[in-house]
Design a protein around this ligand. Structure first.
Ligand code: SHN
Ligand code: NAI
Length: 215
């Protein structure tokens, strides 16, 4: 059993090279683009959905078969061809510090991709360490119901409320009480019910008093 170390990677404006242009490559490209990576696809063919993104200039397409030189400047590499021998050749040509995901060989990769739920700044990543990717997807779908769309707004509120507390409350005890109070269900319920003005007012009231009334 492999014990993976989960991290959140900053790949904005970093070169990520995807080898292969099929369905799986398309899924990986989607998550790379969502994180702001510079994506280059090396492949003699391109899936329809990747072609769409290529036409919109969201990615670079190099229409050819893989060669070692294609990955030399890459921060992150995803080998997503349907040819195990090509994926293995990618592995042979990476430098030890390069990030490598091989879609048909987790053990030869130094990272694998989890299933992800995003709600604004909240990210929930689910991995089975490759034991069953379908289960990772299913758990993600279950969680996406529990953590509904309003969580995006809720996390944005929590972030700004937390900043307000840190900037305004100098008393350490009251600061901690307020930070704890912020995570009580009241603010979540008001967000869920769309009562944002009421929620923000309530928070400002507590901030001024320096303590939440339910404590
Ligand atoms: C090791 C890993 C490497 C990596 O790709 O990073 C890997 C490997 C393999 N996947 C395979 C199959 C499938 N993968 C999916 C789906 C996803 N696979 C993803 C990740 C991972 N897949 C990494 C481990 C993640 C973990 O468990 O922690 C997800 C979570 C993320 C993503 O890809 O973006 C994404 C869900 C996206 C979403 O919806 O959220 C489905 C379901 C579907 O497509 O609907 C199937 C078919 C059902 C089945 O086989 O279970 C095969 C066999 C291929 C063959 O048949 O030859 C291999 C190869 C092998 O097992 O060796
Ligand atoms: N990790 C994952 O999440 C999953 C992995 N897989 C694996 O991913 C592989 C790819 O699956 P699909 O995308 O559905 O296949 P696909 O057939 O849709 O795409 C394969 C792509 O690789 C390209 N390719 C082939 N030889 C190449 C070369 N020498 N250089 C560059 N590109 C080359 C093809 O032109 C094509 O664009 C499967 O063989 C399977 O093992 C499959 C499902 C999920």
């Amino acid at each position: 059993m492999t014990v993976y170390y989960p991290i959140m990677l900053q790949i904005k404006d970093k070169l990520c090279v995807v080898i292969g242009g099929g369905q799986v490559a398309n899924r990986k490209v989607n998550s790379l683009l969502a994180a702001g990576a510079l994506v280059t696809v090396i492949s003699p063919t391109l899936h329809e959905k990747l072609q769409e993104k290529w036409r919109k200039q969201l990615l670079t397409w190099v229409e050819k078969s893989f060669e070692a030189a294609d990955i030399q400047d890459a921060f992150c590499i995803i080998a997503a061809t349907d040819q195990p021998s090509i994926n293995a050749k990618v592995k042979e040509n990476v430098l030890p510090h390069q990030l490598l995901n091989i879609v048909d060989d987790a053990t030869a990769s130094n990272f694998i991709v989890p299933a992800t739920v995003r709600r604004g700044d909240l990210t929930i990543a689910v991995s089975t360490a490759g034991a069953n990717p379908g289960l990772a997807k299913k758990v993600k779908e279950d969680l996406s119901l529990q953590f509904d769309d309003y969580y995006g707004d809720y996390v944005a509120f929590l972030q700004s409320a937390r900043m307000d507390i840190l900037a305004n409350e100098r008393n350490e005890v009251r600061k901690k009480q307020l930070l704890d109070a912020l995570l009580q269900p009241e603010f979540l319920t008001l967000t869920k019910d769309g009562k944002m003005a009421e929620r923000d007012e309530l928070f400002q009231h507590y901030l001024k008093r320096g303590i939440a009334p339910w404590q």
